[in-house]
Ligand binder design. Structure first.
Ligand code: TMP
Length: 201
């Protein structure tokens, strides 16, 4: 088993239908085969608060700021119970969504972005944030057969995508064109991860 001096947190971000879940899984398998101790996790989590959030995303009945608070609360439990201990023990942790999802989605839903940042201030910094960028038409086509949650509408996702791209420029996140063939996207992701690992040995 390969050991890192300190674990790392790799985050996938992007609008619904960008392919985050697929790529996070492919990356997890590849890193495991390469000998790393890997955990794949996601937000909202499968914990109690995550469950509550999913329920209200389906029912579309909570105020956007209430959702922002719940996402932040779910994240705090996630960080304290899962992310911190795993990173401290030298694991590679891959999270399908993290703080940027709150900033981009809840801001697109009318919540003040600075306030969202402030309620997430205590969150661990990710070592690598990868934005899988896809146009909304492609994303909607990929979700065609799915029952739509609160945020899975074209006009809304357009807003979210623009906020993601603007923040990625400002914060220096890695942006990958996720409309490219699957393995081309995955190879680009692996290249970024290898670069990160080299810095962390
Ligand atoms: P998922 O489809 O990736 O499981 O995420 C469920 C929805 O929750 C998705 O539409 C994005 C949204 N979301 C937020 O609005 N804010 C957040 O902080 C997170 C983690 C997800």
């Amino acid at each position: 088993m390969r050991r890192l001096k300190r674990g790392v947190l790799i985050v996938f971000e992007g609008i619904d239908g960008a392919g985050k879940t697929t790529h996070a899984k492919l990356l997890e398998e590849w890193l495991r085969n390469e000998g790393y101790n890997v955990t794949l996790t996601k937000e909202p989590t499968d914990g109690e608060i995550g469950y509550l959030v999913r329920e209200h995303l389906r029912r579309k009945d909570f105020h956007p700021a209430t959702l922002a608070l719940l996402f932040a609360a779910d994240r705090m439990e996630h960080i304290e119970k899962e992310l911190k201990p795993r990173i401290e023990s030298g694991e590679v942790v891959i999270s399908d969504r993290y703080v940027e999802s709150s900033i981009c989605y809840q801001a697109a839903d009318g919540v003040d972005a600075e306030w969202i940042e402030s309620i997430n201030k205590w969150a661990l910094n990710a070592d690598l944030t990868i934005l899988l960028d896809v146009d909304v038409q492609t994303a909607m086509r990929r979700m065609e057969s799915k029952v739509r949650d609160k945020y899975e509408e074209g006009d809304f996702l357009e807003k979210v995508r623009n906020i993601y791209l603007e923040r990625a420029r400002r914060k220096g996140y890695s942006v990958i064109d996720a409309t490219s063939p699957l393995m081309k996207v995955q190879m680009e992701i692996r290249r970024l991860v290898l670069q990160l690992m080299k810095e962390k040995w």
